[in-house]
Design a protein around this ligand. Structure first.
Ligand code: NBP
Length: 478
């Protein structure tokens, strides 16, 4: 075979990824279960580079130079297993299967192990940036063996997005499921970012009394500062858009029920298993599900709310500035929590993930791309074992400078009856981490009372139980 890479699964993502490889000078074998898609790709885009269309699995495998590198871009879950089962018997030792779909990292770990036993490298790879990213340069998060990365890295570097400093947005994240794990947390952070932006919008509308067009203008201004990011940019575009049919602001004609495909939920499920508090991501997932409970919302519509009226024009501008502070502070917390989860996953599975390089490859190509990520990279580069982003001096200073406004915004939200689960969860996390003493002491005492679960003391080593049902004397239990 002559093709340096093959792509099977030619829906939007696979097709654009194949074109990206071809446009960068690689010979690309292309294959799809339904052969019409393969033919359509070559007919429409054949002039962009060298494609080798294959109708059958055998033909596809034969088209690849050895060791073979084939990318699977099909629907995550059972279809991915079906495609692996179809191709694995046709491959030889040293060949590399890359799964670029949104697989659950536990599936990736299972697949990697099975294929490793057959001498085949399996590279579960997170790919972010949607269809545009796949075509023009995604952020690529490959897992798998170091050996497979040695052969794939240079190809990925060519097709990946480039950060503002020119660095390709790809790195070998770590063994087996590390890449898909990091992609999962990326999506969780994306949920949190979107929720925080939604809350800022809601506050500007309901408390400041701004119109969608004014809010678009506000976001545009924010986008020139420290909040500079893809999501803020597209938010301004969406808010400035007018619906053609009704001449109303577009945001007012969209049904207010947010859907989800599941990667945010996975992030929270895994965080619960790892015991990592990702409250901001969890609130974002819950906010989407709450929005979807139409009958429940309908039944609750007559519940009483506060009488507060929107601010006057004089106060609105100052409030908008405070919302910027609250959004920025909450965003720092979201990323702190997301990176904590990556650190915990990396420790639990022995992946040796370098947090600074994760931040670095999210600087371009992906949905959460932002100037902010360069700051995170700097923080981890300055101190590799930074216990938390909040321990970085600069982030700590910034959040400290924002905290008064942050608190005022959340107070105003409560007074005006605007739900801000993301802002509030972030502030609660911040205050809990800061606290000298937490009421967890009381929780432990209660647990000892009803379940003899024991407690540790602040003044002595050991574990203890108080005889609550007896004379309330204390016994040592270890
Ligand atoms: P889809 O997720 O819609 O999958 C469609 C592709 O899967 C088609 O090529 C289809 O072949 C193939 N397929 C299915 Br379904 N079942 C199959 C089977 N049993 N055997 C062989 N092929 C099968 O495509 P997509 O939206 O391009 O996404 C591809 C992957 O990339 C997914 O895992 C997705 O989660 C991930 N992803 C998507 C985005 C995005 O923005 N869309 C971003 C990042 C990652 P057919 O043509 O014969 O039906």
């Amino acid at each position: 075979g002559t093709a340096q890479i093959g792509v099977t699964g030619l829906a939007v993502m696979g097709r654009n990824l194949a074109r990206n490889f071809a446009r960068n000078g690689f010979t690309v074998a292309v294959h799809n279960r339904t052969a019409a898609k393969t033919r359509a790709l070559v007919e429409e885009f054949g002039s962009e580079g060298t494609f080798v269309p294959a109708e059958s699995a055998e033909e596809f495998v034969a088209a690849l130079e050895r060791p073979r590198r084939l990318v699977i871009m099909v629907k995550a879950g059972d279809p991915t297993d079906a495609v692996i089962q179809e191709f694995a018997p046709l491959l030889e030792e040293g060949d590399v299967i890359i799964d670029g779909g949104n697989a659950h990292f536990a599936d990736t770990r299972r697949r990697e192990k099975e294929l490793r036993e057959r001498g085949i490298h399996f590279v579960g790879t997170g790919i972010s940036g949607g269809e545009e990213g796949a075509l023009h340069g995604p952020s690529i998060m490959p897992g798998g063996s170091a050996e497979s990365y040695a052969s794939l890295g240079p190809m990925f570097e060519k097709i990946a997005a480039k950060a503002p400093d020119g660095t390709p947005c790809v790195t070998h994240v770590g063994p087996d499921g590390a890449g898909h794990f990091v992609k999962m947390v990326h999506n969780g952070i994306e949920y949190a970012d979107m929720q925080l932006i939604a809350e800022a919008y809601h506050l500007l509308r309901a408390v400041a009394g701004y119109s969608p067009a004014q809010i678009a203008e506000t976001f545009r201004t924010w986008n020139t500062g420290r909040l500079d990011s893809y999501l803020i940019e597209i938010t301004a575009e969406v808010l400035a858009h007018t619906d053609a049919a009704t001449a109303k602001p577009f945001v007012d004609v969209v049904a207010d029920q947010a859907e989800q495909k599941g990667t945010g939920r996975w992030t929270v499920q895994i965080a619960l298993d790892l015991g990592v508090p990702v409250s901001g991501i969890a609130e974002a997932v819950f906010a989407r599900s709450l929005s979807g409970h139409a009958p429940l919302r309908e039944a609750s519509r007559s519940l009483p709310g506060p009488a507060a009226r929107p601010l006057g024009e004089d106060d609105a501008g100052r409030f908008a500035d405070q919302v910027e502070q609250a959004l920025y502070a909450s965003k720092i917390v979201s990323y702190t929590q997301g990176f904590h989860q990556i650190q915990a996953g990396g420790d639990a599975y022995d992946w040796g993930i370098d947090l600074g390089s994760v931040a670095a490859i999210w600087r371009a190509g992906c949905i959460i791309r932002a100037a902010f990520l360069d700051r995170i990279r700097e923080a981890y580069d300055a101190q590799h074992d930074l216990p938390s982003l909040l321990s970085d001096k600069q982030f700590a200073e910034e959040i400290g400078a924002a905290q008064d406004d942050w608190r005022e915004v959340i107070s105003a939200a409560a007074r005006h009856g605007v739900p801000t689960p993301g802002f509030s969860a972030a502030l609660a996390y911040y205050d809990a981490l800061r606290a000298e003493r937490l009421p967890a002491a009381l929780t432990q005492a209660q647990r000892d009372f009803f379940g003899a679960h024991t407690y540790r003391r602040t003044d002595r080593e050991g574990s203890f139980h108080t005889l609550w049902g007896g004379d309330r004397s204390e016994v040592r239990t270890d």
